[in-house]
Design a binder for this molecule. Sequence first.
Ligand SMILES: CC(C)(COP(=O)(O)OP(=O)(O)OC[C@H]1O[C@@H](n2cnc3c(N)ncnc32)[C@H](O)[C@@H]1OP(=O)(O)O)[C@@H](O)C(=O)NCCC(=O)NCCS
Length: 210
Amino acid sequence: MIAESQPAPWEHVAMAAVEYRLGFPESVREEAAALYDEAFAAKLRPGMRDDVARRQVLAEGLDPSRCIAALDDGALLGIAGFHDAGGSLTGGITVRSVVRAVGVLRAVKAIAVFALLERKPKPDELLMDGIVVRADARGRGIGTGLFAELEAYARAHGRRRIRLDVVDTNPGARRLYERLGFVATETERTPYLERFMGFSASTTMLKVLD
Ligand SMILES: CC(C)(COP(=O)(O)OP(=O)(O)OC[C@H]1O[C@@H](n2cnc3c(N)ncnc32)[C@H](O)[C@@H]1OP(=O)(O)O)[C@@H](O)C(=O)NCCC(=O)NCCS
């Protein structure tokens, strides 16, 4: 039970001044890897089943400069990864680190699966590379705040649009993107991935910046 004099965890998150910054500090690298993995395990696990190895590869390979981070008193609340000409949040994952984590044979499969998920940004766009907010902090505007910072970054760097992909099993995230002005442009049906990754379609959404 929570004592009356102490704020409940959700009050703490709601009252705190959330700090948004370009890039996560090295002090939260492990947290960032765990958060990213938790959100995208369904997509990543078919390539690399070993949870410890997968987190290790992420922790080694995340490029901290390619995201907007939301922090509360030094603790990581969320990250919005992006991919542009300067690289991507997951762009530091190397073949060598995957081989080191799972051996050559398993690395071949992992790299093939990760390649399936790989997208390339066009020169004038910012491509999302995963957005995730800590489970106990969701629904309080942090995702919206991350997008606001991301948009400011995109504008400051001369990008004309932001592109992202959302799977059919994530209608909550899609609703958020629609509220933020993203428009669905095409849907790729992937029924062959349903048993493998849990989703059977992926929709590309675009926000054109004025
Ligand atoms: C999607 C996500 C980043 C939104 O972050 P957030 O801080 O909760 O976002 P906000 O508080 O600004 O907005 C909440 C909106 O997100 C949507 N949402 C999606 N999943 C949610 C969840 N588990 N809890 C609360 N809201 C969620 C809600 O529909 C809500 O929209 P509404 O205000 O119109 O009802 C967050 O829910 C998350 O990390 N989900 C897991 C990872 C994920 O699915 N990432 C997107 C992959 S495309």
